[in-house]
Design a binder for this molecule. Structure first.
Ligand SMILES: *Cc1c(COP(=O)(O)O)cnc(C)c1O
Length: 461
């Protein structure tokens, strides 16, 4: 399998090269040159597999000969051995609703599904090809800890995560700052999340620093993350239908950067019988507006909501969908994104809009509705939804048989849970005992220079 850029400016890459490149060097996103399809017989056979074996089947055609099969199986086994549930991503019932629990990984959020695998993949490829990697990122809470847990203790990799000091939840801070691994470096920045993000951008744009210090990112545009997320759509379908290829299911997907729901779109293109794919957004509803009107337009600012992992202005994976929507033509993608960069707005033709509306349903959910959904579901079933998952359940009100993706354990968002139902969700084992531990971090001024100096000292020392 070869990989191409959505903007057409990258010579075809093998899977391992695509993983190490992350963002395409022409500013686009990497996509597979073709989408493999599977037969109904295969689907039926896959439905009987355990999660890890299914993951191998889904992933292998996209990896091609870049990794020997035995090594790939081993990578997958190790990536999901850290999950607390035997089924990895179990499909459970909350009353009449099916919920796909994606939060049994070490940080109790769905990003573990992709980042446990990406961390092992990075370590494997670095070991094979030689070299080192310094991962740099900024977090407003969840992504940072999932990235840290993905690479903790891995040789040849160091990770530097910037977070705004005093502006993330104490539990989230403990998750990032209590690990004994010497390759993990949390930086508490005296500033806001936007300051932290701006510093990361500055350092990535400093091409000399970036190459001298071999900076890498783990943000949601890495192709390997999308790939890992396709697996649980197949898994859920098998559990829901018993493996009958004549039966289709729908999914409701709480979405920010369009990564998760895009994985579902690709699973359908591979031949998985999916009826509706519902894009569930909070008040930051650029994707919902797009599906309704064909106009993709950024707002002036990000709205803070009770589902903070979806508080984004521009969905970084959306470009991949635009590419497929425009017959895999990089020239059209480039033109649209140029317009968007210039004006903050792009519009697709009426035909394309009809296609998008066939591909996706979409709904935006307010904070009040989110709290109401947590309350209603709890009162009628005893099941506690995290606020992101509640957005998905609410968005699927018109689709009672849609499987709702549960993206975080509710105990990670206990303030919202308390507000909704007057009690907190019990902590899962992964989060117990954290608050009793002492945080260790390096506190820095909100200046790119301060972060640059600190990274230089740690990498050389
Ligand atoms: C990241 C995240 C999301 C959104 O996922 P995308 O891939 O950005 O669409 C939803 N819920 C939780 C809890 C998350 O951490």
């Amino acid at each position: 399998m070869r990989y191409l850029s959505t903007r057409g400016g990258v010579a075809p890459l093998a899977f391992d090269q695509a993983v190490m490149m992350g963002l395409a060097t022409d500013g686009g996103l990497l996509i597979p040159a073709e989408i493999p399809t599977i037969s109904p017989q295969q689907l039926r056979a896959w439905s009987r597999l355990r999660f890890q074996d299914l993951a191998f089947e889904v992933v292998a055609p996209f990896v091609g000969d870049a990794i020997p099969s035995a090594d790939l199986r081993d990578l997958i086994e190790r990536s999901y051995a850290t999950f607390a549930h035997l089924e990895v991503t179990p499909l459970v019932r909350a009353g009449d609703r099916s919920v796909l629990e994606l939060f049994h990984g070490p940080t109790a959020a769905f990003k573990d599904v992709a980042l446990q695998w990406l961390g092992n993949l990075f370590a494997y490829l670095l070991e094979r090809e030689g070299g080192t990697l310094n991962i740099l990122g900024a977090t407003s809470g969840d992504t940072g800890s999932a990235a840290i847990y993905g690479v903790r203790g891995k040789p040849r990799i160091q990770i530097f995560i910037l977070y705004p000091k005093g502006r993330i939840s104490p539990l989230q801070e403990r998750q990032m700052t209590t690990l004994p691994d010497t390759n993990v470096h949390p930086f508490a920045i005296r500033g806001t999340f936007d300051d932290a993000q701006a510093i990361v951008k500055t350092l990535f744009n400093d091409l000399e620093f970036r190459s001298t210090y071999r900076l890498g990112a783990v943000n949601s545009i890495n192709w390997a993350r999308i790939l890992a997320q396709m697996v649980y759509y197949f898994y859920a379908w098998g559990r829901a239908t018993g493996g009958d290829p004549a039966q289709a299911v729908s999914f409701s997907v709480p979405t920010g950067n369009f990564g998760d729901v895009f994985a579902g779109y690709l699973a359908r293109r591979m031949g998985l019988p999916i009826n509706r794919l519902i894009i569930a957004t909070n008040r930051n509803d650029i994707l919902t507006r797009f599906v309704q009107t064909g106009v993709y337009a950024r707002e002036s600012k990000v709205h803070q909501t009770l589902s903070p992992a979806m508080d984004i202005q521009v969905a970084s994976n959306f470009e991949r969908y635009l590419y497929y929507l425009h017959a895999a033509d990089p020239a059209q993608v480039r033109a649209l994104l140029e317009t968007f960069a210039r004006t903050g707005r792009l519009q697709v033709s009426a035909d394309r809009l009809r296609q998008a509306q066939a591909d996706f349903a979409a709904a935006a959910v307010s904070d009040a509705e989110t709290l109401d959904q947590i309350r209603v579901t709890y009162q009628s079933t005893g099941y506690i939804l995290c606020p992101h998952t509640a957005v998905g359940v609410r968005a699927a009100r018109a689709f009672p048989d849609a499987i709702c993706l549960a993206t975080a354990h509710p105990a990670k968002f206990n303030e919202a849970i308390y507000q909704a139902i007057g009690q907190e969700a019990p902590l899962p084992a992964a989060l117990q005992g954290l608050m009793e531990q002492t945080p260790h971090y390096i506190e820095l001024e909100a200046k790119a220079e301060a972060v640059r100096r600190q990274i230089a000292a740690l990498v050389q020392g």
